[in-house]
Structures are given as structure tokens and as C-alpha cells.
Design a protein around this ligand. Structure first.
Ligand code: CP
Length: 310
């Protein structure tokens, strides 16, 4: 059974297949009726969401089925039912399980017990569905991903930074995480990305030097306070101020650079309004592409499961 818990669960060739399918589904939104008539996917949230919730539900509808979307506290998991029992039960109803949770190990436990594909729709470690949408968006602007230099500025210790390293290295993009020394990625994620980059020719770098953004084709940032970090007692403002993406920073990037942000955004913190609301920003295409990329991912996983069963 194939699951999608981490960006590097897909090989470079498999990721390219999903991205090609996502681009095709953007033009042919109802062409794959894999959930018709009336099959379901189970979508569970332990954290808040706008984009993920609506994009998975819309994708399921486009595929001819329905997403049953619940907060985990509304399920018996909120009262202590085990992840394993939940996985086994949901596998009897749904074609796939999509879960936004805290500990990444929760997803691994769900996947180990499930008989249907499990999709990580954000954990404390990774947000791989977002990276598929980001790659689709970048491909809409640049033909050859392997010639692209991407930079991510801000909180380099969060799930987005980890997924950018793993997912972009898989796609062959050069990725530099530019973050204060106290907010850089755990070495285990850097090592994993470097291993993957060795297969694709990508470069993975981590620095606190903001001048590393010079010449970037893709400039990315994210909130300085990821979900679950609101009460962690750290100063999540002062250390990040020099890393704000503003017009001055964008001037240092390539003239044809695009700006990405997974949203929600906090103007005046991680990004200046002049950038996110300016001509280089593609954040709403990026948000739209969550729909197409996740639909493609579900089709890819379900078709893979069907082939494996033959
Ligand atoms: N980017 C993202 O995952 O958005 P939501 O938190 O609104 O789902």
C-alpha cells in the first residue's frame, strides 16, 4: 500500500507523474471519476484549516465522490480510541484517509494499520501536499525545474521548511533555507534532503545570511508562528524581522522571480503587503493548485492501489 506521508515518499519520477497529472486535471477537472458513484474519503483535522479542508472536499466532488470531513475531537479518537482501530474502521468505509495532525508518528501509525492510502495534510514535521501545489505553480512559470534556484526565508525549523527541502530536492530544484541560527532545520531533515538531492542534482543549503537570496527565481516565506507553536514561549518576532520578504529583498532576486506563500499570511510580519499583493505574487494560483495537486495525488494513489490488486 502506498501512502503519502512525506515528500520523499514519491521518487523523483513518481513526483513528476503526479505533477504532470495535476497540470492535466487543471484543464480536465472532471475527467477522472475514480470516486463515482458516491465513494468517500475520510478527512480528519486536529488543527484549523481553510485551503486544505475545501480543496480536498472539492477534489473528492470532482472525482465523483464525497469527502467526510471531521475534527478529531468529534470522533472517538478524541476520547481515546486508538489510531489503529480508527484506521481499520475507516478503511471499511473510505477510499483514502487524509489527516492533519500534530505528531508525525500519528500518521505513521494510521498508515501502518490502514488498508487504504493515508495522506498527510500537515504534521508538525511536514506539509507535503502544499509542496506539490507549489511545484505545480512554479512549473507554470518556469519550464525546467532543474534550473531553478528557490529560497525560503523565515522560520527554518518548521514543517514547511522541512518539506521544501525534501520536495524541492526530489524535483531537482536548488533550495536554500535562510533562517536565524536558532530557527534552522533539524539536521535529520537536511541530511534526508541532501540524500535525495544526490539523485536529482539539486543543491540543499541552510544559512542565516540573507544575501543568499540574490538571483533567486522563487522566493518563499511562511508564518513565523506555525500551528501549535502559539504558546511555546519563544520570541517569534524579533529574530525573524531581518528575514521579512519586502520589496528590497525582491529587488535582489531574479527579475522574473515569483513569490510564494502557503497562506494564511500575516502582512507586515513575514511578508510586506507590497510583495504579497504585488505583481510577482502567485499565492492565489498556489492556493488553487492545492485542489489540482491533491486531486492528482489521490488519483495516482488509487490507481496504484488498483494496479497492485490486479
Ligand atoms: N496552506 C494551508 O495548509 O492552508 P490551511 O491551513 O488553510 O489548510
Amino acid at each position: 500500500m502506498r501512502h503519502f506521508l512525506a515528500d520523499d515518499d514519491l521518487s523523483p519520477a513518481e513526483q513528476a507523474e503526479v505533477l504532470d497529472l495535476a497540470a492535466w486535471l487543471k484543464d480536465n477537472p472532471y475527467a477522472k471519476q475514480l470516486l463515482a458513484p458516491g465513494k468517500t474519503i475520510a478527512v480528519i483535522f486536529d488543527k484549523t484549516s481553510l485551503r486544505t479542508r475545501f480543496s480536498f472536499a472539492t477534489a473528492a466532488a470532482h472525482l465523483g465522490g464525497t469527502a467526510i470531513t471531521v475534527g478529531s475531537a468529534e470522533t472517538q479518537m478524541g476520547k481515546g480510541e486508538s489510531i489503529e482501530d480508527t484506521a481499520k474502521v475507516l478503511s471499511r468505509y473510505a477510499e483514502a484517509i487524509v489527516w492533519r495532525t500534530f505528531a508525525h508518528s500519528n500518521l505513521e501509525a494510521m498508515a501502518a494499520a490502514a488498508d487504504v492510502p493515508v495522506i498527510n495534510s500537515l504534521s508538525d514535521d511536514l506539509h507535503p501536499c502544499q509542496i506539490l501545489a507549489d511545484l505545480q505553480t512554479i512549473k507554470e512559470h518556469f519550464d525546467d525545474l532543474t534550473s531553478i534556484k528557490a529560497v525560503y526565508l523565515g522560520d527554518g525549523s518548521n514543517n514547511m521548511a522541512n518539506s521544501y527541502m525534501l520536495g524541492f530536492a526530489t524535483a531537482g530544484l536548488d533550495i536554500t533555507i535562510i533562517a536565524p541560527k536558532d530557527f534552522q532545520p533539524e539536521q535529520k531533515f537536511v541530511d534526508r534532503a541532501i540524500n535525495r538531492a544526490a539523485q536529482t542534482g539539486a543543491r540543499v543549503e541552510v544559512t542565516d545570511d540573507i544575501t543568499a537570496a540574490a538571483g533567486a527565481h522563487v522566493v518563499i516565506t511562511d508564518t513565523w508562528v506555525s500551528m501549535g507553536q502559539e504558546q511555546d514561549g519563544k520570541d517569534r518576532n524579533t529574530p525573524f524581522r531581518p528575514y521579512q520578504v519586502d520589496a528590497n529583498l525582491m529587488d535582489k532576486a531574479s527579475a522574473d522571480a515569483i513569490f510564494l506563500h502557503c497562506l494564511p499570511a500575516y502582512r507586515g510580519n513575514e511578508v510586506a503587503a507590497e510583495v504579497i499583493d504585488g505583481p510577482q505574487s502567485v499565492v492565489f494560483d498556489e492556493a488553487e493548485n492545492r485542489l489540482h495537486a491533491q486531486k492528482a495525488l489521490m488519483v495516482w494513489l488509487l490507481e496504484h492501489k488498483a494496479k497492485a490488486a490486479q
